[in-house]
Structures are given as C-alpha cells and as structure tokens.
Design a protein around this ligand. Structure first.
Ligand code: IYR
Length: 236
C-alpha cells in the first residue's frame, strides 16, 4: 500500500481528492483488533525512573512519524518535535526545569489543593531523569506558520492538534517497549531560548524517552471505568 504524499511548505492551494476505503472488517475481527489495542494501551504507564540504556534514534524518529499522522486544524500540522541526545543540553534542561519546580514545590507556587492532588504521584522538584534518559523530545506547538513568501499563516486548533499528536507519540513509544512521561515543567518558556526555537513556536510538552529502570515502580493507579467516562443520550 502506498503512503500519503509528503507535505512540503511549498504545497498550497487546490488539492485533488483521492479514493479512500479503509479495510472493512467483520465485527468479530474488529472486536479482536480493538481489544488487543486496548490491552496494549491499558498496559502503558507514565514513568519517572529511567534506565540510561541507549535507544536507537530510529525508534524515536518512528514515534515522531506516527505522531505526525495526527489530524490537525486545516491540516496545518502545527507541531515540531525537537530531539535532544546531547548530555550537556539534557543537563541544562534539567537544571532549568528543577529551578522552576523548586519554586512550584518549595516556594509555594503550587497551592495546597494541587499539592494534595499530586501527593499520590509522590512527585517533587527533583527531575534527575532528565539527565538519565538517552533522549528528551520537546514538542513545540506552532502558533502560526510561515507561507512561501514568509508571511505569517494563522494555525487553527493548535492545542487540540498537538494534544492528539502527543497521544499518538506516547502510544507509538509504548508499542516499541519504550517509556515516557508527559512532563510539563512549569513554566517551560525556558525551552524556547535554550533550544533556540523561532518565535512562532511555544513549548507544549516535554517527553523523556528511554527504557524504564530495572527498579522502576509506578503508583498503583486505577483507570475510570467505561461507565464513568462515557454517557448515553438520551438517557434510558
Ligand atoms: N510540573 C510539576 C508538577 C506536576 C503537575 C502535574 I498536573 C502532574 O500530573 C505531575 C507533576 C512536576 O513535573 O513535578
């Protein structure tokens, strides 16, 4: 099967329409595949304890390619995944993230209600995993794009688009046996300067990427049930 054509910034204007017929499955087969995917996704956990074991860059790139299949407002694809493997840069990110988090945790920027919501995760200002992981990937949202003539082009539903791309990225990493954390060191504007990003980009979420450490533990969290996360309309 052929993949979709690649988008370039020189693409513009009218686009032809092409036939699209995804494989029509029997209900039995759909249930089998849907259940298998749900089990895979349900086995994923956010990790804060990583192994320093190397991860081939190719795997990170594959996850980014999967993320880039996300739907986006007006198909603007308003995302940029910046990949950092350089130990010095990772350390600079750690230092800046921890400086912000110390203000959050020790300086009281996180209020009591937020603090108690986080208690079950046992998080604190220490972000040593940022030094340990082989890769840090920072997803930047593109608030606007540049047209062929350098003019600013408005992007649409940027947060929704990047949120979906982030979800696909997380799922793709998990599928390859890798772990991550949707980390948002707050505020994270420091990443724009540190990673020398242009002014149309804003940091959206930071992903440490690696294998879980040998002693990795995660809180025994429970997911909401189908009944809790869905509703019928009209009610019976
Ligand atoms: N950014 C902080 C605090 C934090 C906030 C939420 I919402 C979390 O789910 C986890 C942590 C930190 O990374 O520690």
């Amino acid at each position: 099967m052929e993949g979709a054509a690649t988008f370039t910034m020189t693409d513009s204007g009218e686009r032809p329409f092409i036939d699209y017929q995804p494989e029509r499955l029997s209900t039995e087969e759909a249930l089998r595949r849907g259940s298998a995917l749900y089990s895979r996704l349900d086995s994923r956990r956010s990790v804060r304890s990583f192994s320093p074991d190397p991860v081939p860059r190719e795997l990170v790139d594959l996850a980014i390619k999967s993320a880039g299949t996300a739907p986006s407002g007006a198909h603007r694809q308003p995302w940029k995944f910046v990949v950092i493997g350089d130990p010095n840069t990772k350390h600079e990110i750690r230092q800046a993230a921890e400086a912000e988090e110390r203000i959050n945790y020790d300086g009281g920027r996180i209020g009591p209600q937020w603090r108690s919501a986080l208690a079950q995760l046992k998080t604190d200002a220490n972000k040593s995993f940022l030094d340990v992981v082989p890769w840090i990937v920072v997803l930047f949202e593109e608030r606007f794009s540049y047209g062929e003539d350098g003019s600013e082009q408005h992007n649409y539903y940027v947060k929704e688009s990047c949120g979906i791309a982030a979800g696909l990225f997380v799922a793709a990493l998990h599928e390859m046996g890798l772990a991550t954390l949707t980390h948002t060191p707050s505020p994270m504007v420091f990443l724009t300067k540190l990673l020398e990003r242009p002014s149309n980009e804003r940091p959206f979420v930071l992903f440490p990427v690696g294998y879980p450490s040998a002693h990795c533990q995660v809180p025994d969290l429970r997911r909401k049930s189908l009944e809790q996360i869905s509703a019928d309309f009209p009610l019976e």
